[in-house]
Design a protein around this ligand. Structure first.
Ligand code: SF4
Length: 452
């Protein structure tokens, strides 16, 4: 779906032109939309601003606003456009002085955005950090490797090990917005990990568009295992988690490190997208149902405790009822510990945009609901196996009546949580604790500290 249709939808609101006094001067508010990669980029921007002695906050009040947008699929674009319009309205009302827009949406649609929302002070692409800093009255400091202002709870942080993607997946607009794959050198990542550990970070969540490809550009070989071997040496880091691997060419030596090193979580996020051979071929994923199934069996044979998270797309062009049933049966057979399901979004300038987006929206939604219903049942059954066990958990936060923790089998925001009754137990946020699991629901577990 193009951006023009969003403008038609959202420009019926007339901006009110009531100027009021700014709330606070010279305070930069960074607003982050989209995925963990964007969170990371916002943190780097904030680190640079802080090093330039600028007052910077994340999603609080400020008279200068930087919106870090997402442009991946229709819903994300809609949210980004809404947020830009919201802050432009605030600017018109005199509640903020300046609005800058950066990130994927801005990279992808800059000329359209400049034309349709001209009240934004300036738009920047994903590789224009120095220019954005200049507009904010700051200089880009090369020497700040690994310096950033984290916005996640103190106990965990994302570590972006590469930028961009060289894969040809037909449905995906990310390579348009993020460019070719570029690995960050191991020594820079170790430096960054040490700095994070010094600030109290205990869990590193390794992210990239494609972890599997790590090192091929820089070292001419897949080097994720070697990176892990170095990161486990960082004092203070107790968990290292892997997000966003690609199935084709997955470096199997990573499994040896996972098995040998207690710091490497028995966890892998590997988006598989579909399983019908016809759809995989059209998606240009370079794999088949047989190869993918074997890969998953190999994972489980090598690391039997491994939690596997995947994401799927339903409603891809040409997806027949038979393709969908193949997918559903396979989900049933594979029993993924964690699974998310998206509906296909027809994105211009992708290879799949040349195909006919022929699965009706309600069928896409229905298929996604069926997959998630099935997964709820699988998740409930797998969770029951945890009842009576003791899990080492990190406590992320206190929320309402509960302390909220996670085991090594769960990543923040997307996975299961372990809830502990705060009226009965006091736990320190950011600390590890052994929790006895006494009850399990579809997606969450209930636990209590074993020493009461
Ligand atoms: S590997 Fe991921 S980011 Fe790269 S093209 Fe495929 S879906 Fe997009």
């Amino acid at each position: 779906m193009g951006l023009q249709s969003f403008f038609k939808l959202y420009f019926c609101t007339l901006f009110e032109n009531m100027r009021t006094k700014s709330l606070k001067k010279n305070r930069i508010n960074v607003v982050t939309l989209g995925c963990s990669k964007n969170v990371y980029d916002s943190e780097v921007l904030m680190g640079q601003l802080r090093a330039n002695n600028k007052e910077v906050v994340h999603e609080e009040e400020g008279n200068v606003v930087v919106i870090n947008t997402c442009g991946f699929i229709a819903n994300a674009k809609e949210e980004s456009v809404n947020t830009i319009l919201e802050y432009v309205q605030k600017k018109e009302a005199g509640e903020v002085d300046k609005v800058f827009v950066t990130g994927c949406l801005s990279e992808r649609y800059k000329p359209d955005l400049q034309k349709e929302i001209p009240n934004v002070d300036e738009y920047f692409g994903t590789s224009e950090l120095p220019n954005l800093l200049k507009a904010l009255g700051a200089d880009y400091k090369h020497e700040l490797i690994g310096e950033r202002l984290t916005t996640t709870p103190k106990n965990y942080a994302y570590l972006k090990i590469a930028e961009g993607c060289d894969r040809p997946c037909s449905f995906c607009a990310i390579p348009i917005m993020r460019g070719k794959h570029k690995s960050t050198p191991i020594e820079d990542l170790v430096t960054e990990a040490n700095k994070l550990a010094a600030k109290g970070v205990k869990e590193l969540i390794l992210i990239a568009q494609d972890l599997t490809y790590y090192g091929l550009d820089l070292y001419k070989k897949r080097n994720l295992a070697e990176l892990l071997n170095e990161l486990v040496k960082v004092d203070g880091i107790e968990w290292i988690r892997l997000h966003y691997a690609f199935p084709t060419g997955f470096p199997m030596d990573v499994l040896e490190v996972m098995k040998r090193e207690p710091k490497v979580c028995n966890y892998l996020d590997i988006p598989l997208q579909h399983i019908s051979d016809a759809i995989l071929k059209s998606m240009r994923r370079g794999t088949t149902q047989a190869k993918t199934t074997k890969l998953l069996h190999d994972f489980r044979a090598a690391v039997p405790e491994m939690t596997i998270r995947t994401t799927l797309i339903v409603g891809y062009p040409g997806e027949t009822e038979e393709d969908f049933q193949t997918l559903k049966s396979w989900v049933e057979e594979m029993r993924f510990e964690r699974l998310g399901c998206f509906t296909y979004s027809h994105e211009e300038n992708t290879h799949a945009y040349n195909l006919v987006d022929d699965v009706p929206e309600e069928v896409k939604q229905q298929r996604a609901s069926e997959i998630m219903e099935l997964q709820s049942q699988i998740s409930w059954e797998l969770n029951q196996e945890k009842v009576g066990k003791t899990l080492r958990c990190i406590i992320d936060r206190k929320e309402g009546k509960y302390f909220v923790g996670r085991s090594e089998f769960d990543s923040p925001d997307v996975d299961n949580e372990v809830l502990v009754d705060a009226a009965k137990h006091y736990l320190k946020v950011g600390e590890f604790v052994d929790l006895h699991i006494f009850e399990a629901a579809d997606f969450d577990l209930y636990g209590e500290p074993i020493q009461g």
